[in-house]
Design a protein around this ligand. Structure first.
Ligand code: GLY
Length: 326
């Protein structure tokens, strides 16, 4: 099957359920002015979207919307984002985050950050207050403290024991992995002025080796924003995202004319081309474009994503990736 045929098949078949949604979203923007548009990963992203929208409608900047929106999930007790996230194999919570601003194409990231309540704020400070893009580990923590960001004790014995119990039950029932126990918030914002920004925050893979960094703070992997085109963000197994610079790839596919949904599908299929694991990759993406269209696709059946405009917020199902090309 040719690539074009596959795309047609995706558009007509598997994505039929969401095609109307995508079409409606594009129409909404033109006919009803449905911007700002905010798209994020997972149902827990909805509360972050709502906060981001509130910030924007109150006159805040795109970056304020991204930062304060992500604060909501970082503070929510989520099992994989922020201070309540999963510890690494040594029982230590190490947080990763990044932020990217479309208009000036600036970015900031932190990785392996310990004891800071809002890693997304540390990432923003890296972007705005240093000449660097990525700070890691103790250097990132010292920088965050110097910036006056709130520090907290993440690594209590009680928290570690709770996580060990959670991990044991997850291992016993891997098929029952719940979306709310899983992974990363990536949040993308298209403003009324057509500018775009995004952010990403996670505690990363539970039980990871100390010092492991996933896709989330890596610009182009866990997040990418191009103000001329659109933005994309990832959730899932970082190793399977970062080896392909998948968010960058999605944005480049949109630049070539694909819709956000088609671009997410094609990025997954590009990864699958060289992966022997088939669809067992745990990679999931959200994307939006400059026209106000949005989409998503993932290899996790339970993946869902959240979309917010002034008209309301919705949690949408994973549209899937279509029938594998033969
Ligand atoms: N996507 C988050 C991680 O793998 O760390």
């Amino acid at each position: 099957m040719t690539r074009r045929k596959f795309l047609n098949q995706v558009a007509v078949g598997v994505a039929a359920a969401t095609a109307n949604t995508v079409a409606r979203s594009a129409e909404s923007k033109e006919e009803k002015g449905e911007v700002p548009l905010i798209v994020s990963t997972w149902p827990f992203g909805k509360a972050s979207n709502d906060e981001a929208l509130k910030i924007l409608l109150g006159g805040g900047s795109l970056l304020d919307a991204v930062e304060k929106g992500i604060w909501v999930t970082e503070s929510s007790g989520n099992g994989s984002v922020g201070l309540s996230g999963s510890p690494n194999a040594a029982g230590v919570v190490q947080l990763d985050a990044c932020i990217m601003n479309g208009p000036d194409h600036k970015a900031g990231s932190v990785a392996g950050l310990e004891g800071i309540r809002h890693p997304i704020s540390a990432a923003r400070r890296v972007m705005e207050k240093t000449r660097h893009v990525l700070l890691v580990g103790e250097g990132a923590r010292m920088f965050a403290l110097e910036e006056g960001l709130e520090s907290v004790e993440l690594n209590s014995k009680e928290r570690y024991e709770k996580w060990q119990k959670q991990r044991a039950s997850q291992r016993a029932k891997p098929a029952e992995k719940k979306p709310d126990n899983h992974d990363t918030i990536a949040l993308l914002v298209l403003g009324k002025d057509g500018n775009i920004a995004g952010g990403c925050s996670t505690s990363g893979l539970g039980g990871k080796l100390p010092g492991r960094v996933g896709d989330s703070p890596i610009i182009g992997s866990g997040l990418y924003v191009d103000n001329e085109v659109g933005a994309a963000g990832a959730t899932g197994l970082g190793e399977n995202v970062m080896r392909y610079c998948a968010s960058f790839l999605i944005v480049e596919f949109m630049r070539q004319g694909m819709t956000p949904h088609e671009a997410c599908v094609q990025a997954i299929r590009r990864v699958m081309r060289t992966e022997p694991k088939g669809t067992n990759l745990s990679i999931n993406f959200v994307a939006l474009d400059k026209q106000g269209r949005y989409g998503a696709a993932g290899t996790d059946g339970g993946f869902q994503y959240s979309v917010t405009t002034p008209g309301g917020s919705r949690v949408l199902p994973n549209p899937g990736i279509g029938t594998p090309e033969r």
